[in-house]
Design a protein around this ligand. Structure first.
Ligand SMILES: Nc1nc2c(c(=O)[nH]1)N[C@H]1C(S)=C(S)[C@@H](COP(=O)(O)O)O[C@H]1N2
Ligand SMILES: [Mo]
Length: 202
């Protein structure tokens, strides 16, 4: 147990919150900022979002087109592999399933790769992407994302550690074979389920 090994006292947490806290995580009220590299700038005139790979209709959205898409909201907890969890986030954006429908994802697409500005990538299997709580978010708790949290757009995959939720996302690729993302190549667990503590590769 990390708290014991660090000689720290585990903070007292109400049982209903403890129940929502995966093993080895602690709760934080603030929203930490975590990423590799620098924050990319956003130019609405040149920004685009591409949906490509194994799809019947490859798509390219301009910013104006993307923000005109129908929105969904998701209430979800967020778990970072560095052990902080932030509960009760309200996300607003475009659902993964809506993007899948628009693009006509082909049946042999088994894996998804997110592509972010600056070269960050994150991969998830199709079962994790094709879920009701997965979205491309433009708002958090009712407000536009801030630059450090992914403005203008980030993917959100609540059931996986947060490194799978790509900030400053610019594209999503559908693939037959899996391809490792940025942290996955550095030895992070490919599946990344916080409830199974899938932090690092075996
Ligand atoms: N483009 C990009 N997205 C990223 C990262 C990154 O380095 N680059 N880091 C990930 C990690 S490790 C975490 S924990 C979350 C943190 O999101 P936050 O900074 O909004 O809390 O973003 C994820 N998305
Ligand atoms: Mo993270």
């Amino acid at each position: 147990m990390v708290f014991r090994s660090l000689g720290l006292k585990r903070p007292k947490v109400a049982p209903e919150l403890a129940e929502r806290t995966p093993p080895g995580q602690y709760l934080t009220e603030r929203w930490p900022v975590l990423h590799y590299g620098s924050i990319p700038s956003f130019n609405p005139a040149t920004w685009d979002f591409r949906v490509f790979g194994l799809v019947d209709r490859p798509l390219r959205f301009t910013w104006d087109e993307f923000i005109a898409l129908p929105r969904t909201t998701v209430h979800a907890d967020m778990h970072c592999v560095t052990r902080w969890s932030k509960l009760d986030n309200d996300w607003e954006g475009v659902s993964a399933r809506h993007i899948m429908e628009l693009a006509g994802v082909q049946p042999d697409a088994k894996f998804v790769l997110f592509h972010s500005d600056g070269g960050y990538t994150a991969n998830i299997p199709m079962e994790a992407f094709d879920d009701e709580d997965v979205l491309f978010a433009v708002k958090h708790n009712g407000e536009e994302l801030t630059p450090e949290h992914g403005y203008p757009l980030r993917s959100v995959i609540p059931k996986r550690y947060a490194w799978k939720s790509a900030k400053w996302i610019r594209g999503v690729e559908f693939m037959r074979e899996d391809r490792l993302g940025f942290w996955e190549k550095y030895g992070y667990n490919n599946n990344a389920d916080p409830w199974q503590e899938e932090r690092f590769a075996e």
